[in-house]
Write a protein that binds this ligand. Structure first.
Ligand SMILES: [Zn+2]
Length: 83
């Protein structure tokens, strides 16, 4: 009797990213051996934040956020350039 093949059903995981609560850059997670909590380090060297929590956001939302922020910066520049 043949065993039924178990098909691995992978749930479509929504991609999430963890970002710095200060500057909203992507953070790196460094798990600690003797601590249940992970430590997060901001990848933005200007910020240098590290802590035991980070803001988890949907990657699409994050991309949109970055886009919006860039647009805002550009519009700020444009308004400054105006006489
Ligand atoms: Zn940061």
């Amino acid at each position: 009797m043949k065993k039924k093949k178990k098909e691995k059903k992978e749930k479509p995981m929504r991609d999430r990213v963890e970002v710095c609560p200060i500057c909203f850059s992507i953070v790196k997670r460094s798990p600690q051996i003797f601590d249940v909590n992970s430590t997060f380090h901001c990848t933005n060297s200007d910020c240098g934040w590290s802590g035991s929590f980070a803001v988890e956001v949907d990657i699409n939302e994050y991309k949109q956020f970055v886009k919006d922020r860039q647009n805002k910066n550009e519009s700020d520049k444009n308004s400054r350039d105006e006489p």
